[in-house]
Design a binder for this molecule. Structure first.
Ligand code: HEC
Ligand code: HEC
Length: 474
């Protein structure tokens, strides 16, 4: 069984927080949730200045108070140093007050938001980040295409479904061997490959991530020069100069970097990206009841002999009280069927093998990483219209049926040729040892599925309680 997340102590440890190279988003700050640039500010506000407005600590604060408190001591140690660094970076050789740093994060957030919705950054002039990451769908696509259209002619496709951008603040940096911190689990247990952004965990920071769609030929198909020209001509060019300084337009490289930083900062806006306002959060806080069906769904979700979903999609608060993220961020192979509707899959020799390539290059040739993809959060999953890394399924019922019957009735999911089921048709047999075999994947044809139709319905009812924006009294 996979264990929970990294502990606060580990993730906010001074060495992590202090290295400018990776002060990022994705260190697993969970409920406390700081932004990279914003992070330092938030930390300093949380740790050093009781009178200052608690910027990022507001995120899920009601449900995460304990975790905030327990982290405060560690944060305090790191905060002075980080603030110092940020201040120096912001104005080389000159001091900047906390209020000024806070203001600069506010400006970057506002700019990041404009950039996020601006199609003029793309090669075609037609594609914005928001085209694939719709705010009304928890920043996943508004349409039900398995993969989105992009490129210069808006007809090109990649190989993967666009994920939600919410609750990414908790994703730890990618690690091949992940160990629990001592406040939350047995540190000697190797939880295996974990973390990183995208389905295969190949980047750790939001800014590095944003580079991918901007430059990808099948997504925004742009270049630093095009992006710079677009920003110079944009109505927010003046604001851009104010936020990043007069020299930001001196080189394409400087402008492009600033764009990435602003996007990353925007993606860390707590009330937008990790508000913790689902019905389930209200239920955990004792402010509402679940219906009979939802409650039964939750039980099945947690039950190790039934759905066993919570072993990977964690549903309980951490020991220190942080709200659950519905993922342990582990990279796992579950044998999702090949999506034959994808253009890349017309070539029978092509396989998207996740962490071992082809999108990710650093683990190429490492057989133990083939076929594994990062466990996504299930928060807001009911707003999605395509599921799994290749977007093969379009309803939660289909996904649940796959979990329940993959091994009892494989013919329902994989092609049958000459009376024989081609199980795991998107993973070459030499990698099958990587496939997960825990419940519900512990069965064989003839066994009873882990969940029946009525149970599947209840689990789906429960998944619907994970959508943000619930108002008590609904
Ligand atoms: C053409 C559709 C498309 C556009 C446009 C697009 N994305 Fe994405 N986004 C994707 C896909 C597909 C993935 C998954 C990529 C992968 O796993 O290789 C993704 C992944 C991400 C992730 C990582 C999510 C996770 O779960 O780790 C972030 C962050 C992100 N995009 C931000 C952005 C930003 C910022 C922009 C604008 C600069 C943008 N995207 C534009 C399709 C798109
Ligand atoms: C062994 C770990 C594990 C278990 C157990 C597990 N999942 Fe998953 N889940 C994953 C991984 C990994 C993915 C992504 C797989 C991929 O796309 O290749 C995923 C994807 C999903 C998705 C698609 C989300 C999206 O954004 O596309 C849903 C929905 C889901 N799981 C629900 C469940 C439910 C409900 C259960 C229990 C019946 C469950 N999972 C059990 C690891 C697990």
């Amino acid at each position: 069984m996979r264990l929970g997340l990294t502990g606060i102590r580990k993730t906010v440890a001074p060495d992590a927080a202090l290295s400018r190279a990776r002060p990022a988003v994705n260190r697993g700050f969970r409920a406390i949730a700081f932004a990279f640039a914003g992070m330092a500010v938030s930390m300093s506000l949380a740790g050093c200045d009781a009178g200052a407005p608690a910027v990022a600590v507001d995120a899920g604060a009601s449900t995460a108070r304990a975790s905030v408190d327990s982290a405060a001591a560690v944060v305090r140690v790191a905060a002075h140093e980080v603030t110092h660094e940020v201040t120096q970076q912001a104005t080389p050789g000159g001091g900047q007050s906390r209020a000024q740093v806070y203001e600069s994060v506010r400006q970057m957030t506002a700019l990041g938001k404009q950039l996020f919705f601006d199609p003029s950054l793309s090669g075609s002039g037609k594609l914005a980040c928001a085209s694939c990451h719709s705010p009304d769908h928890a920043f996943s696509p508004a349409n039900s295409l398995s993969v989105q259209l992009g490129g210069g002619d808006m007809h090109r496709t990649g190989m993967r479904a666009a994920p939600t951008l919410k609750y990414l603040q908790s994703v730890p940096a990618f690690a091949e061997h992940y160990h629990e911190s001592d406040d939350e689990g047995d540190e000697s247990v190797d939880a295996g490959p974990t973390g990183g952004l995208t389905w295969d965990g190949r980047v750790d920071r939001g800014s590095d991530q944003a580079r991918i769609p901007l430059l990808s030929s099948f997504e925004m198909g742009s270049s630093p020069a095009k992006v710079t020209a677009a920003v110079r001509a944009a109505p927010y060019a003046g604001a851009f100069r104010t936020a990043f300084g007069e020299h930001v337009f001196d080189s394409d490289d400087a402008t492009f970097k600033a764009v990435l930083q602003a996007l990353e900062t925007f993606e860390q806006t707590p009330e937008v990206f990790y508000p913790y306002t689902s019905k389930y959060d209200a239920y955990l806080a004792g402010k509402t009841q679940l219906t009979k069906a939802e409650l039964h769904g939750l039980q099945l979700f947690n039950d190790e002999k039934k759905g066993n979903c919570a072993s990977c999609h964690i549903s309980q608060r951490t020991l220190d009280g942080a709200p659950p993220q519905f993922s342990d961020f582990g990279l796992i192979a579950i044998g999702v069927p090949r999506n034959r509707a994808l253009p890349v899959n017309r070539d029978p020799r092509f396989h998207d093998l996740g962490a071992c390539g082809p999108e990710r290059a650093d683990l190429k040739g490492r057989a133990e990483f083939c076929g594994i993809f990062r466990t996504p959060t299930l928060r807001n999953v009911a707003l999605k219209k395509s599921f799994f890394h290749n977007g093969i399924y379009h309803s939660l019922e289909q996904v649940l049926r796959f979990y329940a019957e993959r091994d009892t009735n494989p013919e329902k999911f994989y092609p049958v040729s000459k009376g024989k089921v081609q199980k795991f048709d998107d993973l070459p047999q030499r990698y099958w040892a990587n496939l997960n075999t825990e419940p519900p994947f512990d069965r064989k044809p003839g066994d009873k599925p882990a969940l029946n139709d009525a149970e599947i319905k209840d689990v789906v009812a429960f998944l619907n309680t994970l959508t943000d924006g619930y108002k008590t009294g609904n």
